[in-house]
Ligand binder design. Structure first.
Ligand code: SME
Length: 151
């Protein structure tokens, strides 16, 4: 099933309009992505702390790991490289941190606001190679709308 990222982007703009609180917008943004993208079992935010650790923020899906050590996991790789990381098969990514054994592929997009890098947005799928390049471009566009809303 394909989705229209243009339509989703307009809906995210509408959803977040008029609110700048990071937690409120992270909550609605994560819930929106979790429900609107097919074949997704988790979608949420990790916020970057001064220590370099990522700490769990709002999400849709099952309870997840609360703290990710600096540079560790797919999320840490996205922070270290300051770029999106797509993992087609998490079992083949040596440093993948398992929060839900149902997850088979993953995309992590760095979250930059006016304050610089403030965290990551992480989406997991139970399907191998769920996230195509079109999904990467689309999800990055959605994340930009969210990041601008809290800048
Ligand atoms: N798998 C991630 C950890 C976060 S959970 O998927 C929600 C990672 O390797 O960084």
């Amino acid at each position: 099933m394909s989705v229209s990222y243009d339509l989703l982007e307009r809906q995210v703009r509408e959803l977040l309009a008029g609110e700048t609180n990071a937690i409120a917008n992270a909550a609605n943004f994560s819930a929106f992505v979790y429900h609107e993208l097919p074949d997704v079992n988790w979608a949420g935010v990790y916020f970057l702390e001064d220590s370099g650790e990522l700490v769990l923020g709002p999400f849709g899906g099952k309870p997840a790991c609360t703290r990710l050590a600096p540079g560790r996991g797919v999320c840490g790789a996205a922070v270290t490289g300051a770029r999106t990381v797509v993992v087609d098969d998490v079992k083949a990514f040596a440093d993948h941190i398992v929060c839900d054994s149902a997850s088979r592929s993953e995309i992590v997009v760095p979250l930059s606001s006016g304050k610089g890098l403030i965290g990551v947005f992480d989406v997991d799928s139970p399907r191998v190679a769920r996230f195509t390049d079109a999904d990467r471009i689309g999800i990055e566009a959605l994340v930009r709308v969210f990041a601008e809303s809290i800048a």
